[in-house]
Every structure is written in C-alpha cells, then in structure tokens.
Write a protein that binds this ligand. Sequence first.
Ligand SMILES: [Zn+2]
Length: 409
Amino acid sequence: MARKRKKRIRRRMLLFCFIILIGLIIYFTFNIINNNEKKLSKLGYSDEEISIIIDNASIGDIRALVDKEYNEYYINIIKDTNYKKGNMGEYVSYYEEYDKALASDIVYLINNDIELPYTETLSDLINNEEFVIGNLDKYINYSKNNKKADAESIILIVNNNIDAPYSSNLVNIIKDKYFIMNNLDRYLSYQKKNPELKANDIVTNVNSNLDYKFYTNVKDADTSKKHLILVNKYFKIDKEYTSDNLVSMDLKYTYNFGELDKDTYEAFKKMADDAAKENLYIKNRSAYRAYNTQSYIYNGYVGNYGYVWAENYSARPGHSEHQTGLALDIGASGSEALGSFESTNEFSWVKDNAHKYGFILRYPKGKEYITGYSYEPWHYRYVGVDTATKIYELDITYEEYYAYFLENK
Ligand SMILES: [Zn+2]
C-alpha cells in the first residue's frame, strides 16, 4: 500500500514541476516578445510593421533588427515570399554592404548561400527564367571574359554549353528557330566569310550545306530513311541503287511507260483521281529513272543547252531524286510540256493540294540557291502526308527540313 502511495505522490510532483516549467517558458517568451515589441516601437516601427515582424520572424531575427536603426527595407525582406526564418542577421549584413540590392535578391542569394558581390548582372542572372543555379560559376566566369554580354545572352550561351566569345550575332544564331548545335562551328566560320548575312540566313544556308560548293563534300544518301531520303547536290545514291518497291504505272496516270515506288504511285493515283473530280487532269511525264538514264539525260542537256543550263535543271547521275522512285514530273492534259504546266489550272490545284497526298513541290521559286535547281513547278516528291503537310505549312525546302528534323535527330 505504502509503495503505491509513494508512486502516486512522485507522479503528482512530476506533473507539478512540468506545469511550472511550461508556465515559466510561456512567461519568458511573452516577456521577450513584449520587450521586443517595445524596442521595435521605440525604433519607429509602426504597429502594423511590428505585427508583421512578430508573426514571421524568429526571436533571433528580431534580435538582429532591434540592434539596427529603423528601416522599411527590413519589412520588405520579411514580406518576401521566400523569406526564411532565422536568416535575418545575414540578410541585414548583406544589405549593409550592398544597399542597392533588391530585397528579393538578397533573400534569394542568402537562402542559396551565394556569396558574391551584388551587381546588376548578378541580379539579372538570378531573375532570369532560364537561370540554373548549378551554372552560376560559369555565368560569372563568362561575364568576366565577355563584358558586353547581357545576362540573358550569358544564360543562353552557357546553358547550351557553348564555348565561343559573345557577339549579338552569336546570340541571334543560337536563338534561330532552326539552330542546330552540331553546326555551330560552321555557322561561325560561315558568318566570318559572310558578315553581311543575317543570323537566319546563316542558319538556313549552313543547314542546307551552302557553306560548301555544290557537288563538294558529297556524302552517301541515308537510304535507311526510306521515303524520307534526301538526294541532292550533297547527297548521292549508288549507281546500283534501285527502289525495291517499283511498280509500273497504268497509262491512265502516265503519258508513257513509267515506274514509281508503290506508295508514291498509290498517293499519286489518289491525287490524280481527286483532281479529275474537279475536271482537272494530271499525269506523270517522268518518274523513276535509273542511274544510266539520268546519265544519258544529263549529258544530253550539257550537249544541247550547255553546262550551266544542265546544272540548273538536271541532276548529275547519282544525284537525281528520280532514281529513288519517289519523285515525278507532272504534266496536265493539253499542256504536256513541262514549261507550260505552271500556267494551267491543274498546277494551281496541285500546288495547294499536293501535301494532302504526301507530295511536296521540291524546287520552289525563290529557293533556287538552297535547292540548287531552277524553279520547277512540275517536279513533286513523295515524303508522306505528315511530313509534306509540315513542310507546306512551314514553307521551307526539303533541305532545311531534313537538316533540322531528320538528319540531326
Ligand atoms: Zn523532275
């Protein structure tokens, strides 16, 4: 019995001490807060400001404030959405060194342990949407070596891991819609040789290989791309290359014997049938050509019209799209000659509708310097509906499309 009572007494004693302790804590805390409120009020903080401080700051933070003179700036710091309890002492000392710094910047710098002198560039950097904190040292380094570079440019260049001195041209090139990282060195050296060109032209031209002369730096065409293969003055196909999918065309769709890749032929038939529903009649004039045929044609042109004409209108053997079976020259009923196709209603219709069947006008007007061929309103190339539609909407050549969307992916 006695032991039980002892136990009960001890438990009561413990509880009593605990209550006393809590009471003391409450009393002192209240006293400190009360004291701090008085001190802040004495310094000139308004009641509203004091309640902002009491509600958000730690006791240590308040101690940092009561040691200083009144400054509305400290209230701005506390009001900042990223304000961190316990950091006030550091915020205040950073501010004392750089009193031009924005409150939000100070909060950011201290919260992230960034110990750098405050500059306008630093502020622009940390406030940029693309700012990556892990790249900060690189930004600062780049900025030191390229005094004229603004924060946005520094971030763009560093984030892309580009090791080139700053220039506004460099920035415009990187920002270009069709910028390809692998081509950077070529853009820069092409730009040096053509300082009058705009960034957009530099990107377009280099992507289309125009920094090399036609028929130089020639590579093998990537046959694994199938109907998306690029064959031009920089990409060649073997003498032996033939599509394994060639079919003969019905005379309903061609003026004379012709062969096409099967998918290309099916697409062309659909297009010709739909055109016929609108009383427009199109047929193939020239479709698949073997290497030797192309050789014969090209040499014939050189003999009859001269080298320059032949180069503008005809491909050297191995460089003709006609050898892929994916391209054809279209004529219209009553104006079978290539040259007169452009003036027909059939042409107007084909120009606006070919992409719906997967064809692109391969050598458009105004893009001769890119494609390497004179404008050919009759020559269409099958690439499939999705790609043809995209090219039609973007209004770019296949050279540009291939470089940006296919070759570098
Ligand atoms: Zn052609």
